[in-house]
Design a protein around this ligand. Structure first.
Ligand code: BGC
Length: 759
């Protein structure tokens, strides 16, 4: 700290301004005479995309392990595995001379159409937050930095550099910020990357409230904030907004703008100094890790295979898998010979090696005869002859394996998906093949859900293989042959059709803005609340064994919010092979003043069990597990009352329910005002105390005048109490003003004054 302050004192204004803009697309500006080195950053997030020459944007990246992308990672629900992957990435950074890797991405999957969904974890903020934190802890445990991105509300590619995400405060706090919050608080990322888009009309790169008030001050983020590459529009405004380092560089004019702004008094030099302090803190931290040597490519490839196998989700299985003793397997689909294992854009890795799915299958197939047909061409063109050849191949086999990958044109950074469909050729291929061969397994490679209702019934099994990383070809073979018992669970819902999806009528927006009209109801929160059937629900995935849940317990039937709860359950492997189960805990609030989703994920654990083995899974639920964000109180609040703690194998497969009673310990400020309704007054403990004596005097005569009770009727055909409850007290008093000693406004103001006296 002392050292950094001394350096800041020694730096010229020009040197300080220069430090706050990159020297190249991937490096910061060194100040040699003061011994301030540069740092090098590289994408991210599922591999190290280190360009050989830092002056190149994209060309010539050095070989590195391409791990599975975030959709697959999250589907492992295994925080330890993600930690291990983080460590492996750090080792590659050390060998490739990279100080900070640009990841993880912690944005929510608002709609399955999001072009970059493959780089993001989940539709659930709790799961995404756990994954991001674990990734960061893994990388940073080896002295390499991370960049948590893209902060915030970067959920689509349409107009991605300019669109304004229009989000109400509660939705922001409950859905779009918590994964970042968890990661910042639990794992202290060295850097955070701000998003391209605007949030409620202000560029994230100039959003003081987001970057300074929330991220730096409220959450205590100590590192520095990058702009996304090109996200700065006005350097001075962005510096005031909280962007410490603008990328990419060099950008001479930006440096000059900062110097001039300080000289003319437009920018306070202390703001610049604060950014310099933050950047230098990381620059010197990075220098503590010597960058050199090489990494173990074989070991990392093996780790990538393990993660891919654990993240793949077995969606359907009519007892055809695992494969065993077939004489002839027909392998169909281009993706069997050309692995589709990553997405397009800045995360694109130059892999150290790539598993060929067909060859990997051959290695495990023993004496089984494997025949191959391409089935579909690259891209989206249609070629019936390939389908005809595939059908011929499939007909004579015992089992057909259909390897299908979404083409790059249907999924990438930079553009959203137009639909959730496979290509017309792929759909026709599945239909034609399954018509002659009921024993057909579909293996999918994609970064986000596809719809299946048109073809699922004909298939015998479906394996969601995701963008599975460079070792995914081997991982598919491992799962198909039961070398690995599948244990991936969906981190996002697979809808039946696009029109069912929560953001459907509010996506992708236009005229410069996208309205998040579904609010807090994204993903399963929406389907659950609307009782919309889905193809596969959040948290779902099959295994080659079965599990039972018994003996659910909570630490207390009645508890204080600040104490939280401990939940436990005994899980038994009741099948014949070892396997892993993902135990999920959801919370349901019986009653609350603001609407809440029916279920929210608040804890999970992955356990490995031998056949017959039982383990007790214990999970802690804290204050936040029961709280919601109240925009009027501007804080997370709890309310007294009953909650269900739901333990299950997916959001739609709840195995045990325990009801508990929460006592809130919060002393909330009074938010009653002149607009508050009768209900507000009666629900607020202080308001009720003050207003109750007047209640009989004011409300009862009105009720009498209206007549009518709970079943309606009376002079105007209504339940008069129901009618009055949601009227502002002031308006009710206006009706009764003759019975009041003073004007209704003065009466309400008097009550408000009395309320404010109560401690
Ligand atoms: C992407 C970031 C990436 C950066 C550098 C941007 O276009 O949005 O995710 O880290 O480029 O490649």
């Amino acid at each position: 700290m002392m050292k950094i302050n001394n350096l800041i004192n020694k730096m010229t204004l020009e040197e300080k301004a220069a430090l706050c803009t990159g020297a190249s697309p991937w490096t910061t500006t060194p100040v040699e005479h003061l011994g301030i080195p540069e740092i090098t950053v590289s994408d991210g997030p599922h591999g190290v995309r280190r360009v050989a020459n830092v002056n190149d944007f994209v060309a010539g990246s050095l070989p590195a392990t391409c791990f599975p992308t975030a959709s697959c990672m999250a589907s492992t629900w295994d925080v330890d595995l993600i930690h291990a992957m983080g460590q492996a990435l750090a080792e590659e950074c050390i060998a490739l001379k990279v100080d900070v890797i640009l990841g993880p991405g912690a944005n929510m999957k608002r709609t399955p159409l999001g072009g970059r969904n493959f780089e993001y974890y989940s539709e659930d903020p709790y799961l995404a937050g756990q994954m991001a934190a674990s990734f960061i802890n893994g990388v940073q445990s080896k002295g390499i930095g991370t960049s948590l991105k893209h902060f915030a509300a970067n959920n689509q590619e349409f107009q991605r550099l300019t669109i304004s995400s229009e989000i109400d405060e509660r939705t922001l706090r409950e859905i779009y910020l918590p994964a970042f919050e968890t990661a910042v608080k639990n794992s202290k990322p060295w850097t955070v990357m701000c998003a391209y888009n605007k949030l409620n009309g202000t560029y994230c790169s100039e959003n003081h409230r987001l970057l300074v008030d929330i991220l730096k001050d409220e959450w205590g983020f100590e590192g520095f904030i990058f702009s996304d590459w090109g996200a700065v529009h006005d350097r001075v405004a962005s510096m005031k907004g909280g962007i410490d380092l603008e990328m990419p560089g060099p950008r001479e004019r930006r440096v000059k703008a900062v110097v001039e702004a300080v000289r003319s008094g437009v920018l306070d030099e202390s703001v610049l100094d604060e950014s310099v302090r933050r950047i230098l803190g990381i620059v010197f931290k990075a220098a503590e890790t010597t960058k050199d040597g090489s990494f173990d490519t074989a070991m990392h490839h093996a780790l990538a295979r393990r993660i891919a196998a654990e993240g793949m989700v077995l969606l359907k299985n009519n007892r055809i898998l695992p494969l065993k003793d077939q004489q002839h397997i027909a392998v169909i689909g281009l993706a069997a010979k050309e692995a589709h294992f990553q997405g397009g854009g800045s995360s694109h890795i130059n892999p150290t090696q790539v598993d060929n799915p067909f060859k990997e299958l051959q290695k495990l197939a023993g004496d089984t005869e494997l025949t191959y047909a391409e089935g579909y061409p690259a891209g989206t063109t249609f070629d019936q002859s390939l389908i005809d050849a595939a059908v011929k191949n499939a007909r004579s086999a015992d089992v057909t394996l259909l390897y299908l990958a979404l083409p790059d044109s249907k999924e990438s950074e930079g553009y959203d998906r137009a639909d959730l469909d496979l290509t017309p050729q792929q759909v026709a291929l599945i239909k034609a093949v399954t018509a002659v061969q009921p024993m057909t397994v579909v293996i999918l490679n994609n970064g986000a859900p596809v719809v299946m209702s048109e073809w699922i019934d004909g298939t015998a099994a479906i394996l969601e293989g995701w963008m599975m990383g460079q070792a995914g070809g081997g991982a598919i073979a491992d799962v198909l042959y039961g070398k690995v018992n599948p244990s991936g669970r969906l981190a996002e819902t697979f809808p039946l059709k696009l029109v069912d999806t929560p953001a459907h009528i509010n996506f992708p927006g236009g005229n410069g803005e996208v309205r998040y009209g579904e609010g807090i109801f994204i993903g399963y929160r929406y389907y659950d609340a609307k009782e919309i059937p889905v193809q596969f629900s959040f948290g779902y995935g099959m295994s080659y064994t079965t599990f039972t849940y018994k003996n659910p317990k909570v630490s207390a039937a009645s508890f204080k919010d600040v104490d939280g709860l401990t939940v436990s359950v005994d899980v038994t492997n009741t099948g014949k092979v070892a396997g892993k189960e993902v135990v999920q805990v959801y919370v349901h609030d019986h009653k609350s003043r603001l609407v809440r989703p029916p279920k929210e994920l608040k804890g999970f654990a992955k356990v490995e069990l031998q056949p017959g083995e039982t383990k007790t899974v214990t999970l802690a639920l804290d204050f936040r597990a029961f709280a919601y964000y109240h925009p009027a109180y501007k804080q997370w609040i709890t309310e007294d009352g009953e909650f269900d703690v739901l333990i299950g194998a997916s959001v739609n497969d709840i195995r045990c329910t325990l009801t508990v009673t929460l006592q809130s310990t919060q002393e909330l400020p009074c938010i009653l005002n002149r607009e508050s309704t009768l209900r507000d007054w009666m629900e607020d403990p202080r308001g009720r105390r003050v207003f109750e004596p007047l209640f009989q005097q004011i409300v009862a005569p009105m009720q009498a005048a209206f007549g009518g009770g709970q079943d309606g009727g009376g002079a105007v055909g209504m339940d008069s109490m129901g009618f009055l409850t949601d009227m502002p007290l002031l308006d009710i008093l206006h009706f009764q003003k003759n019975a009041l000693p003073m004007a209704p406004e003065d009466q309400v103001d008097g009550l408000l004054a009395q309320v404010s006296q109560i401690k």
